[in-house]
Design a protein around this ligand. Structure first.
Ligand code: SF4
Length: 158
């Protein structure tokens, strides 16, 4: 049994998902949500490009980039792409591979702190948080100490 299976039985619907993915995608009129028939022959091809499907030809990325450049959500989407550290989809004019080159360690730690805080606030035990995030328990306790320096509302670790 996976740790997700155990914990899903105990948490409200979607709570685990949002704890593990603490950054929501940009809301609003995304240009990629409408088929750009001038650039993509079919909506499916456009969708596949933005979904980051591995079979998409390189030539489709400049087309997707052009769609992003005209998108009103471009700046928010760029922040989301960095914060969420999404590893699959095409976002804000970049493939996941391109974004990965600019990732900083601080972003990884910031995301993990959000995950740890969200799970801890849901009363998930530190041992389970460690398993979900594939880290050892002492590192999760260290994360909680760091978070607590900024957030006095977190209860002490059991
Ligand atoms: S910037 Fe690009 S990926 Fe992001 S919402 Fe707009 S069109 Fe979609």
């Amino acid at each position: 049994m996976e740790p997700h299976d155990e914990i899903e039985d105990e948490l409200p619907p979607d709570a685990l998902f949002w704890a593990m993915e603490p950054f929501g995608p940009p809301m609003g009129e995304a240009a990629c949500s409408t088929w750009d028939r001038t650039r993509f022959p079919t909506p499916q091809e456009q969708q596949a490009t933005f979904d980051g499907e591995p079979t998409v030809p390189e030539r489709d990325f400049p087309k997707a980039r052009a769609v992003c450049l005209a998108c009103p959500l471009l700046e928010i989407c760029r922040d989301y792409a960095q914060d969420s550290r999404d590893e699959h989809v095409f976002l804000a004019g970049e493939t996941a591979e391109e974004r990965r080159k600019n990732w900083r360690k601080s972003g990884e730690i910031a995301k993990r702190h959000r995950q740890v805080t969200a799970l801890y606030t849901l009363d998930v035990p530190t041992a389970t948080i460690a398993r979900l995030l594939q880290r050892d328990e002492s590192s999760i306790r260290g994360d909680l100490r760091e978070v607590r320096k900024r957030r006095s509302d977190l209860p002490p670790t059991a």
